[in-house]
Design a protein around this ligand. Sequence first.
Ligand SMILES: Cc1ncc(COP(=O)(O)O)c(C=O)c1O
Length: 415
Amino acid sequence: MSKLAINGGTPVRETLLNGGFPGAMVYGEEEAKAVYEVCMAQSPFRYYGPNVLGKVDQFEEAFAKRMGVKHVLGVTSCTAGLVVALKAAGIGPGHKVIVPACTFLATAGAVICAGAVPVFADVDDTQNIDPKAIGGLVDQYTKAVIAVPLLGSPCQMDEVVKEAKKYNLIVIEDVAQSMGSSLNGKPMGTWGDIGVYSMQMNKILTTGEGGVVVTNNDELYERAVRYHDQGQYRKVEGRLTNNPDRVFVGQNYRMSELTGAVACVQLSKLDDIIAKMKRNKAILKNELKDVPGLTFRRIIDDEGDAASSLMMFVESKEKSDAFCQAMWAENVAFNSLYGGRPVYMIPQIFYKKTADANGFPFNQFDEEIVYTEDMCPNAISVMPRNVFTYIDPTFTEKDLEDIVTAVKKVAAEIL
Ligand SMILES: Cc1ncc(COP(=O)(O)O)c(C=O)c1O
């Protein structure tokens, strides 16, 4: 094997291969034309203007059809959508919400921004929430559980829903990273009471920023619409003429027509993006299946995997760090997801730092809320050993070959 680039050898590639922008990589004339149309109509706001084209409405309708869900609401981001979902479900101060140990900061952050407090469930060998961890976390304050299919790959949602029912918990799905993934043919985001997706830059579809809330529940939908639009339900009651029995103070998380226009075009590309990523991932997995020192993350439903990443495990945190550094030197980006740390180890969560006075919302309970490093032992033992690369739909045969060559080269020296 040739000398590693990190030790002065020649890198496998001359230029860096760093995926992670599936939707953005397939931007083209269609997205530009959609934005142009909205500009020429001089109507970038969804609810009124000289010539509203109804792009957000069209997106919501198409998304409902694609996911097989009754109600869809476009919002400004997934973080906003999570707050909307929590508020739609009536969750706030004095409540606890179960959140998986492996997720992005925003899942736990949205719970806190809604005025509730996250408690953390361990993950199983899929790196997604362990349904068996839910029951042990429930107390009189617990109202909901948020499941997060990480990096494109589905959660065991049948089991999560079953467990949640036992304890009367609302099920929210944070599908930010995994739009289009599914379990047994049923899309992630549609298993629980309410699902939320992201269209931020490094998501499977992107509008730069953007989010989507879905539900089959009429009451949750109405409350979501109201929370995202200052308490109004314009399509039913008009502007600022709301039924005093139904209103409450909300926020502004409305999706713009510019976002809606791009979202329509991106959605039409979703299945093609996923098909290409699946093909690329299958090639990589086949070529890398026998590399000593590397084991693949367990995927519970290969058909339902959106395949936007390939995650593997090595023997130790030290090897994970060394592997990633050596891969970057070969110009093939590999990282350790979230630095190998559970989300609750991020300082703003671990030290309960909020923008509010007196430690709100952590001060709403009889007992002190305490987070400890070892509270999710599986996450603590497994996460530090992860390495992963993103998979883009536009990777070429040569890109895939380079990934395989670099992984084999680095693994032979480092693992
Ligand atoms: C699991 C998860 N939840 C929520 C978010 C937040 O999404 P957004 O940036 O659209 O607010 C992200 C973004 O990376 C995420 O990965």
